[in-house]
Design a protein around this ligand. Structure first.
Ligand code: XLS
Ligand code: NI
Ligand code: NI
Length: 438
């Protein structure tokens, strides 16, 4: 590196909860053991290239605001390479072990597909060098199949077969570079795989095409020996009116219907859960129940803005719920916590990128500790276990074992007292327990 992009910042260190240093971790102590694993291994933090290094601060009413001294503002390959080096300086100083990118975030799109591929290769060489220099790894790669106007009607679900082919070519290349960089995973987010109006849409055909597309990707993954995980990232809308992979349950149904379930896990994003009218806790529970939670896009929305505002997560109830889910499933394998989040348009100085990530990492570290404390405390699990005790023996166990019919159950009901109001739900007590431990 010739010139430092963040000359005023040195490596961010853990200083503990008493520290008032804004450039230190108060909670995230990478080597600290929680339930027998280091925090680094539990949390697997990842920096999202598209927000942290490509977001300009534009909104529908205003121009970009971000001050990024390392960026010369051109779409040249040289600038993309310099930016990649600045990105690694940031990620290294932050101490995040992973990053994630779209093909078009890291390298400029050329006039032809061949030129775009060459541009990508030129930047991937820098990413590779920087990965080797720093030990930072790629959590997942992906292809941007939504910005270019050719994807106006969708990519895999476009009514135009030539567009499907372009998208396929782009994904082929993106999987190749993800493989080359040793990526732990590859994500499919169907930004425009949906519709604006059903009046012009053959939904059945479009969804079949999406399944075909994903099967082609699975075939290619096997062909080149890429062993990373494939993820689908649910989101209900925005930019489309309706996106086909709208929430965890819809994704699981789609994957099952088209024999894709063995090949995919879900990458859940908090703000997408909100847009779907669910809590993140709900989405995580749905995914875990199907053994399909792969990775998490860690962000949050705003209660008053009905948009994918992609804010950095700071709410401890949220991070506690997420980490309870992650601990419950036995920890991440290929996935991690990817900050698919951007600083506010008003937070335009480079230092704000550090504040944002430090805050998100500390919030999740604290959530991890609280989740572990809730598990060690045991009261909550005890209440839930007790709530289902009638299924552990006798009648309940026999029903679960398939030993009953409607007739035998009628016999039981006729000869037993009415079980009305059996067992309080204890919601308030459970909420109090969380507040005791938070
Ligand atoms: C957009 C998505 C996107 C994916 C990657 O809302 O969250 O950023 O994570 O394409
Ligand atoms: Ni995302
Ligand atoms: Ni999103």
């Amino acid at each position: 590196m010739t010139q430092s992009a963040f000359p005023d910042v040195s490596s961010i260190r853990y200083e503990g909860p008493e520290s008032r240093n804004p450039l230190a971790f108060k909670q995230y102590n990478p080597e600290e053991l929680i339930e027998g694993r280091t925090m680094r291994e539990h949390l697997r933090f990842s920096v999202a290239y598209w927000h942290t290094f490509r977001a300009t601060g534009t909104d529908p009413f205003g121009a970009g605001t971000m001050i990024r001294p390392w960026d010369d503002g051109t779409a040249s390959v040289g600038n993309a390479q310099a930016r990649a080096r600045a990105a690694f300086e940031f990620i290294e100083k932050l101490g995040a072990p992973f990053y994630a990118f779209h093909d078009r975030d890291v390298a400029p799109e050329g006039a032809t597909l061949a030129e775009s591929n060459r541009n990508l290769d030129a930047v991937v060489q820098v990413l590779k060098e920087e990965q080797q220099r720093t030990g930072i790894r790629l959590l997942w790669g992906t292809a941007n199949l939504f910005t270019n106007p050719r994807f106006v009607h969708g990519a895999a679900t476009s009514p135009n077969a030539d567009v499907f082919a372009c998208a396929a070519a782009q994904v082929k290349k993106a999987i190749e570079v993800t493989h080359e960089l040793g990526g732990a995973g590859y994500t499919f987010w169907g930004g425009r795989e949906g519709y604006s109006t059903l009046w012009n849409t053959d939904m059945k055909r479009e969804v079949e095409h999406l399944a075909r597309f994903l099967h082609l990707a699975v075939d290619y993954k096997k062909q080149i020996g890429f062993t990373g995980a494939f993820y689908i990232e649910p989101k209900p809308r925005e930019p489309t009116k309706h996106q086909y992979d709208s929430d965890a349950a819809a994704c699981l149904n789609f994957l099952r219907e088209y024999d894709l379930l063995p090949h995919f896990k879900l990458n859940l994003e908090t703000n997408h859960a909100t847009l779907a009218g669910h809590t993140m806790q709900h989405e995580i529970e749905v995914a875990i129940s199907a053994d399909a939670l792969g990775s998490i896009d860690a962000n949050t929305g705003d209660e008053l803005l009905g948009w994918d505002t992609d804010q950095f997560p700071t709410n401890l109830y949220l991070t506690t719920q997420v980490m309870l889910g992650v601990l419950k499933m036995g920890g991440f394998t290929t996935g991690g916590l990817n900050f698919d989040a951007k600083v506010r348009r008003e937070s335009f100085e480079p230092i704000d990128l550090f504040h944002a990530h430090i805050g998100g990492m500390d919030a999740f570290a604290r959530g991890l500790k609280i989740a572990a404390a809730i598990r060690a405390d045991g009261r909550m699990a005890g209440i839930v276990k007790n709530r289902y005790a009638s299924w552990d023996s006798g009648l309940g166990a026999d029903i679960e074992a398939g030993k009953h019919t409607l007739a035998t159950l009628e016999e039981h009901a006729l000869s037993s007292p009415d079980p009305i109001q059996h067992g309080s739900g204890r919601q308030e007590l459970l909420e109090n327990i969380i507040n005791e431990l938070i």
